[in-house]
Design a protein around this ligand. Structure first.
Ligand SMILES: C[S@@+](CC[C@H](N)C(=O)[O-])C[C@H]1O[C@@H](n2cnc3c(N)ncnc32)[C@H](O)[C@@H]1O
Length: 235
């Protein structure tokens, strides 16, 4: 994996700035266009319009034709709905934030994929049937590491901060058991995330980490971020 590369501002600082933008943008639209489709955007939900993450990862992921797809942390639901529209036969989108679940439901309805996609309110995999397995499991995660004693005081905070990387630890430990025998596990990550910590967590969970695709983008003239789609495989 490439070294962490987040310039002179920490992941926590960047996450805080993006959270403020979500909270303070008085011109935040209730609908947006991305990847050639129109989407609803509810208050209190991560907006795919401020950063390229949603667009990049949604464009890069493999969608198994006729197969099953699980999106952890679906936010507005762009990736999950795209999976359903790209040929997946069964899609589950889950999120810890109630507004995100409702937002995903509305976009499932808007794009008429309710026969094969559902939205579930869940902290990682906790609300899923214990036997539920998927061909692809994906999370565009809250990769800004927050101090272990930091509290995500609103649902929206969960979109950005993972205190002590506890959710990442649970994800890498639990997600492999959610895969079908040839299933694939992906994590959407970024250079402001704590790459050494993630790699250590994967190592302890018996997973290797491979960058399947990455792209450098400059959200402002002083910063270049590296957006990475990681595949986690059993070592
Ligand atoms: C960076 S946002 C990505 C949203 C959406 N997938 C997208 O790409 O636009 C991360 C999402 O993960 C969700 N999330 C954070 N912790 C979670 C957890 N423990 N269980 C389920 N979802 C979680 C957040 O609520 C948020 O919607």
């Amino acid at each position: 994996m490439p070294p962490t590369d987040h310039g002179d501002i920490s992941g926590f600082g960047r996450g805080s700035a993006l959270l403020r933008r979500h909270q303070e943008d008085t011109a935040r639209p209730q609908e947006f266009t991305l990847l050639g489709r129109d989407w609803y955007l509810l208050d209190g939900v991560f907006s795919p319009t401020y950063t390229p993450v949603t667009e990049l990862f949604t464009s890069w992921l493999p969608y198994p034709a006729g197969g099953s797809f699980l999106e952890v942390g679906s936010g507005a639901g762009v990736t999950a709905v795209t999976a359903a529209l790209s040929g997946c036969g069964r899609v589950t989108a889950l999120d810890i934030a109630a507004a995100a679940v409702e937002n995903t439901r509305r976009n499932i309805g808007r794009h008429h994929v309710g026969d094969r996609a559902r939205a579930v309110h869940s902290d990682l995999f906790s609300a899923l049937d214990p036997e539920d397995r998927y061909d692809v499991v994906f999370w565009n995660s809250n990769f800004a590491e927050a101090p272990g004693d930091f509290v995500n005081e609103s649902d929206l905070h969960h979109a950005f901060f993972d205190p002590g990387y506890e959710a990442h630890r649970r994800f890498v430990e639990e997600a492999p058991d959610r895969l079908t025998p040839n299933g694939r596990l992906f994590l959407g990550f970024c250079s402001i995330g704590n790459t050494p910590l993630l790699t250590g967590l994967c190592d302890r969970a018996g997973l290797t980490v491979e960058v399947v695709r990455s792209e450098r983008r400059s959200p402002d003239p002083d910063t270049t971020l590296d957006f990475r789609l990681l595949e986690l495989r059993r070592a």
